[in-house]
Design a protein around this ligand. Structure first.
Ligand code: AKB
Length: 319
């Protein structure tokens, strides 16, 4: 058995920042190589400046560091992706192809590929959206994730790679801001409330119900999926994953329990159409059956931790 040596691409993003720390704790500092286009000044550990669109750079990094597992987190998200659809396609798919090919050539043991609720589109049951409906995504990000899932399945079947994937709901965490998604409002609202700086402008309608997940659950799901015995992984496209579900109004009301004077105003923009094409809630029974998935956080418990942690963070920056 060789020692796990892990490469994380897109390590500076919302998921990557937290996942890197957890993997460092689990596998040891020297066995986790975080990579991104730039290094964050507060980063601690092994870091490679890496552009995953560059095949040779990725391959050299994998060989030099004797990498055995890759967590490929680079992606342009749903809202940002609509600003430049063709470029988004090139980046999201180009990076994935490089990771898949390098993994095949360098005989990588395990790969993680994040998918998203953005793979769903107009032709779905919105409540408790099943694992395998027709995927007709509305955004280029969603199209790239749906295609990516099929490419992942192809590399598993054709080359025997062990690739595992989750369709994340909107992830809510305090460690960093979200970057260019349709569910970003659910992170931004906490920053506004805790800074006590006036009215929060929400870009979705009050009644827009979307599946969300707290970052601790999202990271735990990722690690549990990667740790599950290979024979339990029955789905090689991507697993539906549920945390909880809520509307902006419900999230606002949960925050108002702590900040009674906090105000919100609704100015729906182009992101409303995207959100309307996504599920209200998700059927994640395959994840439950195959690798025992169970979320720990609901709206109330997440709100409690978000406010507590952001208060600490803002206090530390003011001092
Ligand atoms: C987005 O809103 O684009 C992401 C996602 C749900 O994949 N947070």
């Amino acid at each position: 058995m060789r020692t796990d040596k892990i490469l994380i691409t897109g390590a500076g993003g919302q998921l990557g920042t937290v996942l890197t720390k957890q993997l460092q704790e689990k596998h040891g500092f020297d066995n986790v190589i975080a990579s991104d286009l730039i290094i964050n000044s507060s980063f601690e550990g092994c870091f490679e400046v890496l552009d995953v669109t560059n095949f040779d750079a990725l391959k050299n990094c994998v060989l030099k560091n004797e990498i055995t597992q890759i967590y490929h987190l680079v992606a342009i998200l749903s809202a940002k992706g609509e600003e430049a659809p063709l470029q988004t396609w090139d980046i999201n798919m180009g990076c994935l192809f490089n990771v898949l090919e390098v993994s095949r050539l360098c005989k990588i043991d395990k790969i993680f590929y994040p998918s998203s609720i953005a793979v769903f589109g107009d032709n779905i049951e919105r409540d408790n959206t099943p694992q395998s409906p027709n995927l007709t995504p509305l955004t280029v990000y969603g199209i790239s994730k749906a295609s990516g899932e099929n490419w992942v399945n192809y590399y598993c079947n054709k080359y025997g790679l062990d690739i595992r994937s989750i369709r994340y709901p909107g992830v809510v965490g305090y460690q960093s801001l979200a970057g260019g998604g349709t569910t970003d409002y659910a992170v931004d609202i906490f920053h506004k409330a805790v800074r006590e700086e006036g009215v929060f402008s929400c870009f979705l309608k009050a009644s827009t119900q979307l599946p969300l997940i707290f970052i601790d659950d999202a990271i735990r799901a990722t690690i549990e999926l990667m740790d599950a015995p290979a024979q339990n992984i029955k789905i090689r496209t991507s697993y539906n994953l549920a945390g909880f579900t809520c509307t902006p109004e419900e999230l606002y009301n949960a925050i108002k329990q702590v900040y009674p004077d906090f105000k919100i105003a609704y100015y729906p923009d182009f992101r409303q159409v995207i959100a309307d094409s996504w599920p209200n809630s998700i059927d994640d029974s395959s994840a439950i059956d195959d690798w025992n998935w169970k979320p720990k956080f609901d709206l109330e418990s997440m709100t409690h931790v978000m406010i507590k942690e952001l208060k600490k963070k803002f206090k530390a920056t003011i001092v």
